[in-house]
Design a protein around this ligand. Sequence first.
Ligand SMILES: [Fe+2]
Ligand SMILES: [Zn+2]
Length: 446
Amino acid sequence: MKSFRALRPALLKREFLAAASSRGSFPRRVGASFTLCATTTTRQRLNVRHYSSSQKTASIGTDGLKVDVSEGVKKRESLPYFWLRDNCRCASCINQDTRQRNFNTFAIPSDIKPSNVSSTAEGVSVQWSDGHQSQYDWDFLQFYVSSDKRDRSVTHDLHYWGAEIAENQPTVPYNDVMSSEKGVAELTAKIQKYGFSFIDSTPFSDPDLTRQVLERIAFIRLTHYGGFYDFIPDLAMADTAYTNLALPAHTDNTYFTDPSGLQAFHLLSHTPPPGVSAESAQGGASLLVDSFNAARILKQEDPKAFEILSKVRLPWHASGNAGITITPDKLYPVLELDEDSGELHRARWNNDDRGVVPFGESFSPEEWYGAARKWDEILRRAESEFWVQLTPGRVLVFDNWRVMHGRSAFEGIRRICGAYLNRDDWISRWRNTNFDRKKVLDSVIG
Ligand SMILES: [Fe+2]
Ligand SMILES: [Zn+2]
């Protein structure tokens, strides 16, 4: 085990000042849980008296640490010793640079017990039978006494929308995104809440500037279509996206195990056909549909159809390009629900990329077609559809797991650039620009 001296000097200084400033009163809470072993040691060296809160106490129990906190509903009386020892976040148990666990859990005796436990205002100090000392803050102990696990869902603050979103389009200025983390925070928070956002006033003379603003969110995903793209309708790739045909609302990458998290479009130019003025060259309007809103409507109007679309698993594929046959690792339903909450987690809908509706699922193919017909009808309702004419300078970024996109047929040549970004990468960026470090770590570690 690393000694206390192994801690970084800056950490020691911060803890020293915090503990020193609290002498003569209750030690104030300092730092995140991973610094607490250091806090205790510093406090002991400074001879600061241990404090036993009358509302929060911990003691040695038979099966685990008995935790008594006055607030909240208790799910359990005690926390198992081995579990607690495995969750020590002290500077020797967690590598301070990588945030990874720094010890072999299974080298710790399975019957490890505390030799001493003391409560302080900040948390509980545990002296283990193997000599290790741990400190757990009250937030951590209280959480796990009253809850089973952290809620990993990122879909708390959703704003469902239909056609009316046209009156209130989420938008962030290009300069804000380029110049500050606050701009990235605002952009990712809007995508999180609405499922999409525009980036306005983006330069359109050079597509590379679009690439750069997207890379402020995260790196661009490489697929069999390439990375950052800049194309005109020439069927360069065998996909209807590379034509001027109308496309109904759909999800991209239904054929990937992990469909792209974000997709971005920037219309750089629209050149009308010869002899047609720019004003009369029609079409090419973009369509967005909030599939989470549509699913909510489906559940209200036809709960059985919702159940069928969430249970029947289907094959999806991309097979149009020579030598490339992409299909997800397993069959996936149209509506994937969160196992804990039952809430919609991801929608996957592209009728053109769908394979054969299988037999042997919990519902028959006929039942699936009936449910899908209802779903398709909701998606095509005028009140579900947000139609918007993209213009040079206005980058559209949307959550491909939630917001479906399409377009009307168009005349002439449209030059569009854009990219795919991975879900995990943009959610990481959203977390880290919108929340403090402790909240981010709690939400991913537990
Ligand atoms: Fe598409
Ligand atoms: Zn430790």
